[in-house]
Ligand binder design. Structure first.
Ligand code: S3P
Length: 175
């Protein structure tokens, strides 16, 4: 299946880039978190509050198991790669890009966006990002087909970079 999969930390721009890539390729966007919210009729923050993180991780896994799409941009939640089965599933459905950002970049972007992110709070944002990134960086790197550095780049530069990489590997944009 020829999907384009975006992985990376909260604040790495997966959602924004997925919509720009959709415009460029004509592929449909699948935002895993939004789909889970629709299925459950609750926000991600409420799912964490009411049922806890492990329940959310189970929902992420079963959503991915049920996912059947071709020629889509799949935007994942930052923790999607924490379960090995999820990584295997993502590897099976398309080309995986890791949007890699420094702690400074992620903190700057997330500063005003902690309310709907249950794993973060504004007062200790930097240490939370440092600790999540150090736990996850190896997983992101080992899951990805390509790593795209996001620091100091605009969304349109990043879209061009991703599109160039896909063109260079003769990616089949017609599905
Ligand atoms: C999470 C990232 C969030 C969301 C949930 C958990 C994480 O998605 O899935 O709050 O563990 O990094 P975004 O990366 O889109 O913010």
């Amino acid at each position: 299946m020829s999907n384009i999969v975006l992985i990376g930390m909260m604040g790495s721009g997966k959602s924004t880039l997925s919509h720009l890539l959709s415009k460029k390729t004509g592929f449909k966007v699948i935002d895993c978190d939004s789909e889970i919210e629709k299925n459950e009729g609750m926000s991600i923050a409420s799912i964490f509050d009411t049922y806890g993180e492990s329940h959310f991780r189970a929902l992420e896994k079963s959503y991915l198991e049920s996912l059947s799409c071709d020629s889509c941009i799949v935007s994942t939640g930052g923790g999607m790669i924490l379960q090995e089965e999820n990584v295997m599933a993502l590897m099976g459905i398309g080309h995986i890009f890791y949007l890699s950002g420094s702690v400074d970049t992620l903190v700057a972007r997330l500063m005003t966006q902690t309310d709907d992110r249950p794993l973060l709070d504004e007062s200790s944002l930097r240490s939370q990002i440092e600790s999540l990134l150090s736990e996850r960086e190896m997983l992101y790197l080992s899951s990805a087909d390509d790593v795209v550095e996001i620091d100091d780049k605009s969304p349109s530069e990043l879209v061009s970079e991703i599109y160039t990489i896909l063109s260079e590997i003769d990616y089949n944009f017609s599905g």
